[in-house]
Design a protein. Structure first.
Lengths: 116, 113
């Protein structure tokens, strides 16, 4: 069973360009979480999605950032008009569709975004 | 304000000793607390989960305690090995209706041979 996959692993963008980060959850997982990790800082929750639904986006900046998890295909975190402050590691995590709230989250290897 | 504090300074210990890492929090009431390990350039990996009504949890050489009165969790690695060198993150699982994790900044552990 393949783990959580993220691509690209490294992404370089110039200011003003768009960044698209992809996350394929583990097989059978229908819950996806996105986190951002800045140097020397902890992981910060951004958004929680289930298939075709955004459940909580309280950690996501209101402007320029959006996320989706379509019925088919990977989850996408999209950052429009990137700025230098968006440079960070972005991690995706997934968990299975069970009611128990003691599930661990399975993390991908992350996408390191560098904005020039 | 809400805070999760882990010792930002690296913890250096010798192989074979017990490493103890601390996680303190304020103004949170977590239902669970989790510990993760993160190696450079990689995503976090789950280690242990402890519920609010549990005092202690063990898994092989790992032990976690959870004191909701002190608002503190301690994470112990006994008989530490150089391969245990990594950053260890504590995460609070808040009772929000879904699994919302709030992470500390992590403590870097260095185990010398």
């Amino acid at each position: 069973n393949a783990g959580v996959m993220q691509n690209p692993r490294h992404l370089v963008r110039r200011r003003g360009q768009e960044a698209r980060l992809r996350c394929s959850p583990m097989k059978g997982h229908s819950h996806v979480y996105w986190y951002r990790q800045l140097p020397e800082e902890g992981l910060k929750f951004m958004v929680y999605l289930q298939k075709e639904n955004i459940i909580d986006e309280s950690g996501m900046p209101k402007e320029r950032f959006s996320a989706e998890f379509p019925k088919e295909g990977p989850s996408i975190l999209r950052i429009q008009q990137v700025v230098r402050g968006d440079s960070a590691a972005y991690f995706c995590a997934s968990s299975p569709p069970v009611e128990a709230r003691n599930n661990e989250q399975f993390f991908g290897p992350g996408t390191r975004l560098t904005v020039l | 304000s809400q805070k999760i504090e882990q010792n930002s300074e690296a913890l250096n210990i010798q192989e074979g000793k017990t490493a103890t890492l601390t996680c303190n929090y304020t103004n949170y009431s977590p239902a669970y607390l989790q510990w993760y390990r993160q190696d450079p350039g990689r995503g976090p990996v789950f280690l242990l989960l402890i519920r609010e009504n549990e005092k202690e949890k063990r898994k092989e050489r790992l032990k976690v305690t959870f004191d909701t009165t002190l608002k503190q969790s301690l994470f112990h690695i006994t008989a530490s090995q150089p391969a245990d060198s990594a950053t260890y993150l504590c995460a609070l699982d808040l009772p929000t209706g879904f699994q919302k994790l709030v992470f500390g900044t992590g403590t870097r552990l260095l185990v010398s041979p």
